[in-house]
Design a protein around this ligand. Structure first.
Ligand SMILES: *Cc1c(COP(=O)(O)O)cnc(C)c1O
Length: 371
């Protein structure tokens, strides 16, 4: 085996347990969102684990991600929702990938591709109910629905879903969610008025799934919670982080007080200390914005990363701890032993856990375990 500088272990038992924990709180179907290679955990192994634990849908952003699942032999329903207008929709239609559609331009392209594929496309019409990102805004919704009804009547497509995405579901009590739900009900009513009968209405992400049953409708789209990160800070739903990023010490030196560390000497050793070098840096997903706050688990303690995090390396001040070359280091994990979590890293870096997970271990050796 060629040694990598970092190792990323994905606990598929945790993924399964998280799917069950989420499913216990809803009567709706659960979609495992495995975009961005399963938030860095590996889309195919996570998809299989999630389906095994009772998820019935998979969600991805792109044609490439959807087709990769199909090529791996995953035949569960898949929804893909972010498509450049020049996307070749034909292979997606042939392989029964459901398509999220926000514009008439996309709808017309999809209808042409359906004709070429010789079968009707399955589409989920997306309403922008207030996130102001993708989805048709209220002004454009009647046109999108009318086109969908026309193309459905001609046999080129089936409207299987109506959906939207929430802007502030992770802020309990935020009125934006109420306003979005009201707008969503209007959007669904317009679809029904056009004679369409989509089976699936869906708006909930992880935070909404765990905190707002009135957002569940027929399907919950669960990303973050699947990977074991609590989506609402300060709330506990018994989720278990699935990703552990580890490395090992590759150099150790004793440094007297006054020693400057790493580029520009932004850290100075205050008392004689043992400095441990780790072969991981921002190219491995350790954000520089966490400098001055980030810790790792070394020799049974949380030890601070000191000085600049560089592309491939960082230095840990182990103080007076006995540390040797080869000692194992946990950058983040489930937190059982006291090691930092991805959520801790997100706080240190001033970002969300999603960004930590997707950035972690870009060049790590990945391993999937069933505990
Ligand atoms: C990423 C994404 C989700 C999952 O969101 P989480 O907060 O990670 O649960 C759901 N729906 C859409 C449209 C998304 O882009």
């Amino acid at each position: 085996m060629i040694e990598q500088t970092a190792r990323l272990v994905v606990d598929l038992t945790a993924v399964r347990a998280n799917v069950r924990a989420v499913s216990a709180g809803t009567r709706a179907a659960v979609m495992a969102v495995v975009k961005a290679d399963g938030f860095g955990h590996g889309a195919v192994p996570v998809a299989r684990a999630a389906l095994d634990a009772g998820a019935t849908w998979l969600g991805v952003t792109s044609a490439a991600e959807a087709l990769r699942l199909r090529q791996a032999g995953v035949d569960a329903p898949v929804l893909s929702w972010l498509h450049p207008i020049e996307t070749d929709f034909e292979p997606l239609i042939r392989r029964e990938v459901d398509l999220g559609v926000s514009t008439v331009a996309h709808l017309r392209r999809i209808a042409v591709a359906a004709e070429a594929a010789g079968r009707s496309a399955r589409v989920h019409l997306k309403a922008d109910t207030g996130l102001t990102r993708n989805g048709a805004s209220a002004d454009d919704w009647p046109d999108l629905v009318a086109w969908a009804a026309k193309l459905a009547a001609e046999g080129w497509l089936t409207v299987t879903g109506v959906w939207s995405h929430l802007a502030a579901a992770d802020v309990p009590g935020d009125r934006t969610t109420d306003l979005q739900l009201a707008a969503f009900r209007d959007a669904v009513a317009a679809v029904h008025a056009a004679g369409l009968r989509p089976e699936l209405r869906h708006v909930a992400n992880s935070a909404a799934t765990l905190t707002r049953p009135d957002t569940h409708f027929d399907l919950c789209r669960v990303g973050l919670a699947l990977y074991g990160i609590e989506p609402v800070s300060g709330r506990r739903h018994g989720l278990r982080p699935a990703m552990t990023l580890t490395t090992s010490v590759i150099n150790v030196k004793r440094a007297p007080a006054g020693t400057g560390v790493s580029y520009r000497h932004e850290y100075t050793v205050r008392r004689p200390s043992t400095l441990a070098l780790l072969p991981v840096g921002y190219a491995d997903g350790l954000p520089r914005t966490a400098e001055g706050r980030a810790h790792v688990w070394l020799a049974g303690q949380r030890c601070p990363i000191v000085g600049r995090i560089t592309m491939d390396q960082c230095v840990v001040d182990a103080g007076g701890l006995p540390v040797a070359i080869g000692d194992p280091v946990t950058v983040f994990g489930p937190g059982d032993a006291g090691e930092p979590t991805a959520a801790d890293w997100a706080t240190w870096a001033g970002t969300n856990p999603h960004e930590i997970l997707t950035g972690a271990g870009a060049r790590a050796e990945r391993q999937w375990v069933i505990a």
